[in-house]
Design a protein. Structure first.
Lengths: 310, 79
């Protein structure tokens, strides 16, 4: 029985408000808030790397878990904004945690990376032992890079989140997960070498508004459950309008979807675990309470994972 | 109601704008449909015409004008 054990997060101290961003992107603060639900995001300083953020989130998670890094069986690091092609940042994260033989694997999937990592960790933890899933992104440098698309650049922020998946201890038992990938739409959301983010927003929203409610419903149906049974939804914080749309399609109250996008923006794969970390800090789980994670992103890749408080 | 009138009705509902539309007018460039109104329009089309549009066909350009939507619906009939 694999369980969600603990969460952690790290965000840069510098908050960039819509008012500050407005002259840089040629959009009004009100426009940014209206299209995204974002009021401010965090930007990392030039001296900060994704590994710095990943290590801070990882330590936060391990401290909350009361687990030493040497007890980890594996590290999975979701990151699509690293500074070089290879090696990826996972091995550097392991090195920061003073691990020299623990397998550390990169998951460069962008927004759905943390969800895929959690799903893989749930399957691997029984044989590997505790697995630390970390997602770290510095999206601001990419989003503000030329050629800049203001409708895209206003969305992104920087940060990292972490989740410890444990084989036999934790706050919620992982009941199952569903993952999907479709490369037919690979060109609709992409980051080419040395370029800015290219996004066909209409295609992304059109696919996400279909696939997210469907994968959640399909996962729940497999477990003889329905959306109304879920106590909390923790979704990739892509856009508040998308989160609301998914809630409406599932026919559940929007308030069941935890959201902190107003303060952090879209931190790509890090967002869901940053949200989970904030949610977990105040959560008072009832026995049997269901928590549903879901994400959609470039690829397209998407999925959902369900956990239940013991 | 014929097909075109039904489509205009759907577009007016999801855009919340009671406008007159040319068949070849871009629903996106005209500002009638934003990213979040587009999925509503597609759902409206599915419901009104009793069709199921597969995800693989959900390319925004297929739904950018009344003419294009009509053309797509024709292709569904022939499939």
């Amino acid at each position: 029985m694999t369980l969600l054990h603990s969460f952690g997060a790290a965000v840069p101290s510098r908050a960039v408000t819509n008012e500050e961003l407005s002259p840089l992107v040629g959009r009004t603060p009100e426009w940014i808030l209206n299209v995204s639900g974002i009021q401010e995001r965090r930007w990392a300083g030039e001296e900060t790397s994704v590994v710095d953020l990943a290590a801070e989130a990882a330590r936060d998670c391990l401290n909350r878990a009361g687990l030493a890094a040497r007890e980890l069986g594996m590290i999975l690091l979701s990151c699509s904004s690293g500074h070089r092609q290879f090696p990826g940042p996972a091995v550097q994260l392991a090195q920061r945690l003073e691990l020299t033989a623990t397998p550390a694997i990169d998951i460069p999937l962008a927004s759905a990376g943390a969800l895929f990592g959690m799903s893989l960790a749930a399957d691997l933890a029984p044989t590997r032992g505790p697995i630390l899933v970390v997602a770290a992104e510095i999206m601001s440098r990419i989003a503000m890079r030329a050629p800049q698309d203001s409708a895209v650049s206003v969305l992104f922020g920087d940060g990292a989140g972490a989740c410890l998946i444990h084989p036999d201890q934790g706050i919620a038992r992982i009941r199952g997960s569903l993952l999907g990938s479709d490369g037919s739409f690979a060109d609709d959301l992409k980051l080419e070498f040395g370029s800015g983010i290219s996004m066909n927003g209409r295609s992304v929203i059109l696919q996400a508004t279909r696939k997210l409610p469907r994968v959640i419903s399909d996962l729940l149906a497999r477990l003889n459950l329905k959306a109304g049974d879920v106590g909390t939804f923790l979704m990739h914080q892509a856009n508040q309008n998308l989160i609301d749309k998914v809630a409406d399609t599932l026919g559940v109250d929007r308030s069941l979807f935890f959201s902190n996008i107003r303060r952090y923006g879209n931190t790509s794969s890090a967002s869901m675990l940053i949200a989970a970390s904030e949610w977990a800090a105040d959560a008072r789980l009832r026995s049997g309470e269901l928590i549903c994670f879901a994400a959609f992103g470039a690829g397209f890749n998407w999925g959902a994972l369900l956990a239940e408080a013991p | 109601m014929d097909r075109r009138a039904t489509l205009i009705d759907i577009i007016r509902k999801v855009s919340k704008k009671n406008v007159s539309l040319q068949a070849d007018e871009s629903l996106f460039d005209s500002g009638l449909l934003d990213s979040f109104a587009l999925p509503d329009m597609v759902s409206g089309i599915e419901e009104a015409f009793g069709v199921k549009i597969p995800d693989a066909d959900l390319h925004p350009r297929k739904f950018d004008s009344i003419e294009r939507i009509e053309s797509y619906l024709e292709s569904l009939k022939q499939a």
